[in-house]
Design a protein around this ligand. Structure first.
Ligand SMILES: [Fe+2]
Ligand SMILES: [Fe+2]
Length: 542
């Protein structure tokens, strides 16, 4: 499709479109509305008044942002509808003197609400970067969800709102999906990896890149959200409040800055509930997923949250309260990491398996959307995850008064140190060859790890060679030196023959040449081996 054809098809026009409410201040007295037109000098403004009052319209001048995209050139408008009375229904229009939108309505929040619900969605992305990027099914499903849950006062996403955010084709599709919805209920987007992803050539998929400052996301939403994120990374990162809840929404680049900002932001807030939002899950559920960017780089900030919402996996999981590398039972002991699942009929994602850190996972593989309704009532927070046909997948109640989570799920505390690979138990691969501590050094059985992961173990008298992720390491009984694809290295201790006559080697030395590292969860007594790669090892069959 040429740009000229695009302009007629979905390009910006003199009449406003892409109208979306958002929260930028106290939603009991102000909401912000965004819209788009073609390039014009005509000032844009919103008119609003209490519905049915018949009184004079209040007028809000719009801040504008002109943006040239790959397909179009447009002006985005952002008008703050301030001076609202709490808990009041308003009617409004947006546009210029010559071109005005229809009249829409919204309801302002009550003053300092402590009892309210909101809707969480993630990974609503659909279609390719090629036109037309059709989000109409999403819009249809979302309307039916909101009909079933009229109690929801805003929509919060956990990223991947678009499938390829560095093109206007996807944003017009997304806003198209939200039409008839976002005019009346605020939408709070978080950035996902697909939202700042682009291609040098969209049509061939060549030249994939990530926009460090999320160019399209930031421009499209420039005036929609508080610009209170880390300097230079605003909009991709922002914080807002709704009544007794504080939300810190994080982007996907600049992890050191994000962690510092999240700590300051969470510490500054006196809200009863502190929610973090970050697209990449900490307590992931996919067999091969890695989270090297997110963890531990955001640990200090996330440990200050009650719940951290994530997405990315297109599947559902809820963790035990986690603080650092410890899994606990009580809400006061850590943050619940909550992976929202597929929000636009796009499972099965990473095809989840049980992980040691998750109290609940749901193997969501039907082509249906999932969503979560969060209900805050004073010191309780009820999170209910649904499939779009109404089936409940998970419901938990976090109660700060009693310091409990219901239903009760106890984080494991092992008497013998277990071994996990990416959080999954090695099970029968190492039931009798568990890690052992010799002096100060943790040892593991390399052969057991290869049996589980699909890597290769070649055993010869007094020797084991392992091959995985394109690397190898070779250990010799009684020797403190290992041979690896990167050279020979001294280990923290010699290779030893331990249980079941197997050779064991120091855990950290084993990991280093094989693109792995080990985390020890002391409170729970297990070692989890993490890897920077999501490759699926498989032996060569000659
Ligand atoms: Fe996604
Ligand atoms: Fe993602």
């Amino acid at each position: 499709m040429t740009k000229q054809e695009w302009k007629r098809f979905r390009g910006s026009a003199p009449a406003p479109d892409q109208i979306m409410l958002s929260i930028k201040g106290d939603p009991s007295v102000m909401l912000t509305v965004r819209w788009r037109t073609c390039v014009t000098d005509a000032p844009g403004y919103a008119l609003y008044r209490a519905q049915g009052s018949g009184g004079p319209w209040m007028r809000a001048e719009a801040e504008t942002r002109r943006f040239s995209t790959d397909m179009d050139e447009s002006v985005f408008y952002f008008a703050d509808l301030s001076g609202l009375s709490p808990e009041t229904r308003y009617e409004y229009t947006v546009g210029s003197d010559a071109h005005r939108s229809p009249v829409y309505t919204f309801c302002s929040a009550p003053a300092n609400p402590a009892d309210f619900s909101f809707l969480c969605l993630s990974d609503i992305q659909t279609g390719s970067a090629e036109p037309p990027a059709d989000y109409s099914v999403f819009g249809h499903v979302l309307k039916s969800i909101l009909k079933k849950h009229p109690e929801c006062v805003f929509i919060l996403t956990a990223g991947d709102n678009t499938n390829c955010g560095q093109t206007d084709i996807q944003w017009t599709g997304l806003f198209g999906g939200f039409s008839g919805i976002a005019e009346s209920i605020p939408v709070m987007f978080a950035l996902g990896n697909h939202d700042d992803m682009g291609f040098a050539n969209y049509y061939t998929g060549e030249g994939k890149y990530y926009s460090e400052y999320a160019e399209y996301f930031t421009n499209h939403l420039w005036g929609s959200y508080p610009r209170n994120g880390p300097a230079g990374r605003e909009i991709a990162n922002y914080a807002f409040d709704y009544g007794s809840a504080h939300f810190s929404v994080l982007g996907t680049s600049g992890y050191e800055e994000m962690n510092a900002w999240l700590q300051e932001d969470a510490a500054r807030s006196e809200a009863v509930w502190k929610f973090g939002v970050h697209h990449f899950p900490v307590c992931y559920a996919g067999p091969t997923i890695e989270n090297e960017d997110t963890w531990p780089s955001l640990k200090d900030g996330m440990d200050l949250c009650d719940v951290v919402f994530s997405g990315h996996e297109h599947s559902f999981a809820r963790s035990y309260p986690r603080r650092g590398n410890g899994l606990y039972d009580l809400p006061s002991e850590g943050a619940v990491h909550y992976n929202l699942g597929s929000g636009n009929r796009n499972p099965p994602g990473t095809r989840v398996v049980p992980k040691v850190w998750n109290a609940k996972t749901y193997e969501h593989e039907e082509p249906l959307s999932m969503y979560t309704v969060v209900h805050i009532a004073g010191k309780t927070c009820t999170l209910t995850a649904y499939v779009e046909d109404g089936r409940i997948v998970d419901r938990c109640v976090i109660d700060k008064e009693t310091d409990t989570i219901t239903p009760v799920d106890r984080a494991p505390r092992y008497d013998r140190t277990r071994l996990k690979f990416k959080g999954a138990d090695l099970g029968m691969c190492c039931e009798h060859t568990l890690p052992q501590k010799i002096g100060d050094v943790w040892y593991l059985c390399p052969g057991a790890v290869m049996s589980f992961t699909g890597g290769t173990a070649i055993r010869s008298p007094g020797r084991i060679r392992v091959e995985i992720y394109g690397r190898f390491a070779e250990f010799t009984e009684g020797s403190g030196v290992m041979r690896t694809s990167q050279g020979d290295f001294e280990m923290a201790g010699p290779c030893l023959r331990l249980s079941r006559d197997q050779l064991f080697v120091p855990v950290d030395d084993f990991c280093r040449p094989l693109r792995m590292h080990a985390l020890y969860f002391e409170h729970n007594n297990f070692i989890s081996i993490e890897s920077e790669t999501e490759e699926r090892p498989i032996a060569v069959q000659p």
